[in-house]
Design a protein around this ligand. Structure first.
Ligand code: ITT
Length: 186
C-alpha cells in the first residue's frame, strides 16, 4: 500500500477518496493544513494556487481537491462559492431559487492537483452531469448530495452508498484519472 496525503478539511471527501483508492493500492491519509482559497471562478486556479501554498509547508507528496456544483439556470452558481452558499442559504435556498425553473440541469466538477517535490504538478478533472431534485432526498454523503440526481439514475447522491456514488461521481472520475497518471509515472 502506498501512502497518499490528502490536504482537506472535508470528511466526506476524505471518506470517498479513501474508499475509491484503497482497492487501487493507495492508503489515503488526511492532512488538514488549510490553504487560502483564491477569489476566481476557476476550480483549476484554486487547486493550482493550493499546491503552491502547501508545497512550502509540507515535505511529502500530496494531493488536494477543489470541487463545486454548477447550476445551469443560475449561470453556474454556486460554483466556486459552493461551500459558502451551502453554509448560508443552504439546500432550501437553492431549491427556492429554482422554484420557477424549467431547466434543473447541473454539473458537479472536481479538480485534483497532485504534487511530488521536484516534479511538475499533475492536474486532473472529473465531471458528473445531473439535475436538481424538487426536494431533499437521502441522508448519505455531504453538501449538495441530497438534491443532486446524476443522469441515468432516479436517486440522489444522498440516497446512494459511497461505493455507488464513487462509480460515476466527479470525484470518482477525477481520482481514476489521477491514479492512471501516477501509474504511468512509476
Ligand atoms: P477542502 O478542505 O478539501 O477544501 P471544502 O469543503 O472546502 O474542503 P471544496 O471547496 O472543494 O471543499 O468544495 C466546496 C463545496 O462544494 C463543499 O463544501 C460541498 O458543499 C460542495 N461539494 C463538493 N463536492 C461535493 C459532493 O461530492 N457532494 C456534495 N457536495 C459537494
Amino acid at each position: 500500500m502506498k501512502t497518499l496525503y490528502f490536504i482537506t478539511s472535508n470528511k466526506g471527501k476524505l471518506q470517498e477518496a479513501t474508499k475509491k483508492l484503497r482497492p487501487l493500492g493507495y492508503a489515503v491519509v488526511q492532512k488538514d493544513l488549510g490553504y487560502p482559497e483564491l477569489q476566481t471562478d476557476s476550480l483549476e486556479e484554486v487547486a493550482t494556487w493550493g499546491i503552491t501554498y502547501i508545497q512550502d509547508r509540507f515535505d511529502e507528496a500530496f494531493m488536494l481537491e477543489d470541487a463545486g456544483l454548477f447550476i445551469d439556470a443560475l449561470e453556474g452558481f454556486p460554483g466556486v462559492y459552493s461551500k459558502y452558499v451551502f453554509f448560508t442559504i443552504g439546500l432550501p435556498g437553492i431549491l427556492r431559487l429554482l422554484q420557477e425553473a424549467d431547466n434543473r440541469k447541473a454539473v458537479f466538477r472536481s479538480v485534483y492537483a497532485y504534487y511530488e517535490p521536484g516534479k511538475k504538478p499533475i492536474i486532473v478533472t472529473g465531471e458528473c452531469n445531473g439535475t436538481i431534485s424538487q426536494k431533499q432526498q437521502g441522508k448519505n454523503g455531504f453538501g449538495y448530495d441530497p438534491i443532486f440526481i446524476p443522469n441515468g439514475e432516479e436517486k440522489t447522491f444522498g440516497e446512494m452508498t459511497i461505493d455507488k456514488k464513487n462509480k460515476f461521481s466527479h470525484r470518482g472520475r477525477a481520482l481514476e484519472k489521477l491514479i492512471a497518471e501516477l501509474n504511468t509515472l512509476r
